[in-house]
Design a protein around this ligand. Structure first.
Ligand SMILES: NC(=O)c1ccc[n+]([C@@H]2O[C@H](COP(=O)([O-])OP(=O)(O)OC[C@H]3O[C@@H](n4cnc5c(N)ncnc54)[C@H](O)[C@@H]3O)[C@@H](O)[C@H]2O)c1
Ligand SMILES: O=P(O)(O)OC[C@H](O)CO
Length: 391
């Protein structure tokens, strides 16, 4: 085993075969040409994951090209360009203040230039911007490029409800997996220990170990001493959890803001977990039920998001202030996005299309509260009235 593999502890013993994780031991010394990596997105999570990736690319030059580009949606910050601030002071002062970024992470405002000759793209933007980003990238990305989506949400359109990784694959013709877990960005950026799940299917045109991206390469790219990665195959399972826990977190924020306490929040999470699993079973039958319970992307992410994520904070403020969702998001998040606000609408539209609204009373209640001003205090009845578990 190479020194790099040894340092990464990428042996089969380290991986839990019972959870269908990747288990082969591959010498990373065998990498034919180091993989060049770009991160698209520079928000709270975008910048955090770019930091993680840049640390590993610098640490394993036999596997990755050390220089990592991060595409930045350019902004003016008190007369200075955000990209210039990042490249000179090595800090994203707007979206991840107080965190020093590695000097091999280079901010680039030119989207097309940022993916030139790249081997791996990590997508990490609020999901409402994905269609425009993909349409700009079309024709500029080689089909052999591999991608990981760190986005949490769905694309709902003419093709029905789609995973964002599938949307990227369809739009750009590249294989795309996902990364999702119990990962509040600032905690990861501060290097407090957490876990995450990466899911990736090896594509039919896989070029072979050492030449192409596989589970080992992805583990090397994302695993840090403070950020423990498990690599599995269930892209649908981890993506469904990641998208829908944000809707559940809004429900938790409502009951907390009303002053109802921990029992009410736990009740919302219980109902929410059931609806997440039901959604997976109905619309993505390829997703595996154990992912919801065993992976960081499952119930662990539900718990952390409902405790300390942005969605719960926005919903709490809605309840305590009486302001609408968009005002609360603006007031609290300084340009960041509470993705559950968009996801609950997408889910509602999809469920209406297929006549399944009544199967998901919590998702529907959250949508009605956010978009149609339904009283939050009626949430228990809204869930109860539609509860399918009643005899
Ligand atoms: N922040 C977290 O704790 C966290 C953790 C895990 C996953 N996620 C997920 O990661 C994804 C990205 O979240 P984030 O926290 O990096 O973003 P964010 O919520 O911090 O959003 C801000 C980003 O949006 C960009 N932006 C604004 N307008 C834009 C436009 N018109 N086009 C393109 N980009 C624009 C900004 O430049 C900035 O980079 C989301 O799907 C989120 O759910 C977030
Ligand atoms: O801050 P939120 O609500 O977007 O959630 C953050 C992460 O998704 C937690 O894993």
């Amino acid at each position: 085993m190479s020194a790099a593999a040894d340092r990464l502890n990428l042996t089969s013993g380290h991986l839990n075969a019972g959870r269908k994780r990747s288990s082969s031991s591959v010498s990373l010394k065998a990498i034919e040409k180091p993989f060049k990596v770009t991160v698209i997105g520079s928000g709270n999570w975008g910048t955090t994951i770019a930091k993680v990736v840049a640390e590993n690319c610098k640490g394993y030059p036999e596997v990755f090209a050390p220089l990592v580009q991060m595409w930045v949606f350019e902004e003016d910050i008190n007369g200075e360009k955000l990209t210039e601030i990042i490249n000179t002071r090595h800090q994203n002062v707007k979206y991840l203040p107080g965190i020093t970024l590695p000097d091999n992470l280079v901010a680039n405002p030119d989207l097309i230039d940022s993916v030139k000759d790249v081997d791996i793209i990590v997508f990490n933007i609020p999901h409402q911007f994905l269609p425009r980003i993909c349409s700009q990238l079309k024709g500029h990305v080689n089909p052999h490029v591999r991608a990981i989506s760190c986005l949490k949400g769905f694309e709902v359109g003419a093709k029905g409800v789609q995973l964002l990784s599938s949307y990227i694959t369809e739009e750009l013709g590249i294989q795309c997996g996902a990364l999702s877990g119990a990962n509040i960005a600032t905690e990861v950026a501060q290097e407090h220990w957490s876990e995450t799940t990466v899911a990736y299917h090896i594509p039919k045109d896989f070029r072979g170990e050492g030449k192409d991206v596989d589970h080992k390469v992805l583990k090397a790219l994302f695993h840090r001493p403070y950020f423990h990665v498990s690599v599995i195959e269930d892209v649908a399972g981890i993506s469904i959890c990641g998208a829908l826990k944000n809707v559940v977190a809004l429900g938790c924020g409502f009951v907390e803001g009303l002053g109802w306490g921990n029992n009410a929040s736990a009740a919302i999470q219980r109902v929410g977990l059931g609806e997440i699993i039901r959604f997976g079973q109905m619309f993505f039958p390829e997703s595996r039920e154990e992912t919801y319970y065993q992976e960081s992307a499952g119930v662990a992410d539900l718990i952390t998001t409902c405790a300390g994520g942005r969605n719960v904070k926005v919903a709490r403020l809605m309840a305590t202030s009486g302001k609408d969702a968009w005002e609360c998001e603006k007031e609290l998040l300084n340009g960041q996005s509470a993705q559950g606000l968009i996801t609950c609408k997408e889910v509602h539209e999809w469920l209406e299309t297929c006549g399944s609204v009544e199967d998901f009373p919590l998702f529907e209640a959250v949508y009605q509260i956010v978009y149609n001003n339904y009283p939050m205090k009626n949430l228990p009845d809204m869930i109860e009235e539609l509860d399918l578990h009643e005899d």
